[in-house]
Design a protein around this ligand. Structure first.
Ligand code: B12
Length: 546
């Protein structure tokens, strides 16, 4: 019988964990600030675990290092490698003695951790088969083979069928060489190409194996606590009711793993799963991770009805395509308990949307959607990317002016990142636009530099737009919704406890709400924080009177 150990690396690089940049969320351990790692449930692992168990008697376990890091009271290691070793060499895992180690690598910031985990596993479990899958190995297998000798193979695209094949195979190394969804060093050396092996009917994957997660540990997920509108941060469960996305946005790389064609779980299956999550696992909130939930609007309506009928709350962590968000859809979402939404606007320039991003959105509908959401009491986060190859400073100014006219609750301003497998990376490589490694970068770092802008300019503009739209010109404050504005400011304070501008804006809210003591306290903190040169620069830039 095979024993599989799934391993999820931290979603953050060691450097970003130890020395978080000024523009990222942090967590505190023993009074010291560290970068924060999201802890969403690893759905790919849960799907593969369920699928393999359905067809074999394999045993499966999971170590999710993002969870392990968050649980530590103090981080007393010189490297992530030391930390991985300390966890994996405990009797719990040594005695489990996995025959297959299956590392899930979705994000390039975890690239080096993936290598370190494999090295550690090779040392502790010399006889195990070590494989990895996800977007990183699918797109960077040559680089990983170059940088590590510890892997037996990588999975190309989705892993349910390939992993099942591996578990069933008597001669596993031979199977890896023979199956076209597995990437081995030998095959790479002879220039062989690889094939996706997907499950067409997603209902064939059983109810996800949520049981391999230590469920309570996922409750304090920074990704969920970031939403000012969600009060019950616990009891949330991640789901994906479809795979694929038909769009060709230049910055996205999801298709390299899942393809562009939509595949769906049946409505009956979705209903059964949600009911089971609620009744057996205590789910109160369902967090949808679908890439394109509204691809089929009628289906989306049916799922919303299910959520409503079960009296649970829906959260859509990924942006929803605005063209599908007519009043009827928004009313349905609201009636199903949805109280926050991510609007995937991505740019405030029609030129950038059309000519650069290839994103099917006309800006004329954004204002209407944001206003409808406000009327219906749905909190809106607007996603914006700055710094795509071809974007000009004028485009960024157009975005800035446009966004100031939108009454969304919050704007998430990110620096465009050349993801492996994206068209954006191809362009950057072709035009020599990369001024740093694309391997470690996430949406807070900038590595793209073109004829139109420097990397530093984009990072700075992203931060300025964040301060301007979310604080200085906060629409909740402008429209007199001081309580909601305050929630956003206090969220920012929790993420960055010296945020002079958030304290200043919070003080103004407390004043409007009649809590003068608190207003004074916040104003004093703002003044002290504003003495720091970092904050003084922005306080002066926006002429804030502190
Ligand atoms: C949910 C999600 C998250 C969650 C994390 C989920 C988790 N713990 O797994 C959170 C919110 C934390 C997140 C964060 C980010 N995300 Co994200 N995320 C997603 C999303 C929407 C869904 C992932 C998912 O659950 N998929 C469903 C399951 C079924 O598929 P899967 O996980 O890919 O697993 C399958 C295969 O990959 C493969 N597989 C995976 N592991 C293994 C292991 C083995 C051994 C085998 C055989 C196979 C295998 O088989 C699985 C089953 O079919 C994807 C897009 C997508 N559709 O995948 C983006 C995606 C993965 N994210 C992306 C990005 C860019 C980010 C961020 C950088 C964004 C940011 N704002 O900073 C951060 C990175 C983390 C960080 N620095 O904080 C990119 C990744 C690109 C890259 N190369 O880095 C994606 C592809 C989106 C995109 N538009 O391109 N994300």
């Amino acid at each position: 019988m095979d024993k599989i150990l799934f391993i999820v690396p931290p979603h953050i690089s060691f450097d970003d964990f130890i020395s978080p940049s000024f523009n990222v969320k942090t967590i505190q351990k023993k009074g010291r600030n560290y970068g924060s790692s999201f802890t969403d449930m690893p759905l790919g692992v849960l799907a593969m675990s369920a699928y393999v168990k359905k067809h074999t008697d394999a045993e499966t376990r999971l170590v999710d290092f993002s969870i392990e890091i968050n649980k530590l009271e103090d981080f007393d290691f010189n490297s992530f490698g030391d930390f991985f070793s300390s966890v994996l060499s405990t009797p719990r895992w040594v005695e489990y003695a996995p025959s297959i180690i299956a590392i899930s690598a979705l994000f390039t910031p975890s690239y080096r951790s993936v290598l370190d985990i494999a090295k550690c596993c090779r040392d502790i479990f010399p006889n195990s088969i070590i494989v990895a899958g996800g977007g990183v190995p699918t797109n960077l297998y040559k680089e990983i083979f170059r940088d590590s000798v510890c892997f037996d193979a990588f999975c190309y695209g989705e892993g349910e069928k390939p992993l099942l094949g591996l578990v069933k195979a008597d001669d596993k190394l031979r199977y890896l060489e023979e199956n076209p969804s597995w990437i081995t060093r030998t095959k790479v050396e002879i220039g062989q190409s690889f094939q996706h092996e997907v499950i067409e009917d997603l209902d064939e994957i059983p109810f996800f194996d949520y049981g391999i997660c230590e469920l309570d540990d996922y409750g304090l997920n920074p990704a969920i606590s970031a939403y000012a509108s969600i009060d019950d941060k616990k009891h949330n469960f991640h789901v994906m009711t479809s795979r694929g996305c038909t769009h060709h946005c230049c910055f996205c790389s999801s298709h390299t793993v899942h393809g562009r064609r939509m595949r769906y779980y049946s409505i009956d299956r979705v209903r059964d799963d949600f009911k089971r999550l609620r009744d057996h696992l205590g789910a109160k909130t369902i967090v949808f991770q679908d890439d394109h939930f509204v691809a089929d609007k009628q289906r989306a309506f049916k799922i919303i009805e299910i959520v409503k009928g079960l009296q649970i709350t829906a959260v859509f962590q990924n942006g929803l395509a605005l063209y599908a968000l007519d009043r009827k859809m928004l009313e349905a979402l609201k009636s199903a308990g949805l109280n926050q939404i991510v609007l995937a606007v991505e740019s405030g320039s029609n030129r950038v949307l059309k000519e650069i991003m290839h994103k099917p959105l006309n800006l004329s509908i954004v204002k209407r959607v944001a206003d409808d959401c406000r009327e219906l009491g749905i909190y809106t986060n607007v996603n914006i990317l700055l710094g795509l190859p071809g974007e000009t400073k004028q485009d960024i100014e157009d975005t800035r002016s446009f966004l100031k006219t939108i009454n969304a609750n919050w704007f998430i301003i990110l620096c465009a990142t050349p993801l492996v497998g994206s068209e954006m990376l191809d362009i950057c490589l072709k035009k020599n636009y990369l001024k740093g490694s694309y391997i470690d970068c996430d949406y807070k770092k900038t590595v793209v530099e073109t004829e139109d802008f420097t990397a530093e300019y984009i990072k700075e503009m992203a931060y300025i737009l964040n301060l301007e739209l979310n604080f200085v010109e906060n629409s909740d404050f402008r429209l007199g919704n001081y309580k909601m504005a305050l929630k956003g400011f206090e969220n920012a304070i929790r993420a960055k406890n010296d945020h002079a501008i958030a304290y200043y804006c919070g003080a103004k809210c407390y004043k409007e709400l009649g809590n003068l003591d608190k207003a004074l306290q916040y104003m004093n903190t703002a003044k002290i924080a504003a003495e720091e040169p970092f904050w003084r620069k922005y306080v002066d830039m926006f002429k804030i009177p502190i």
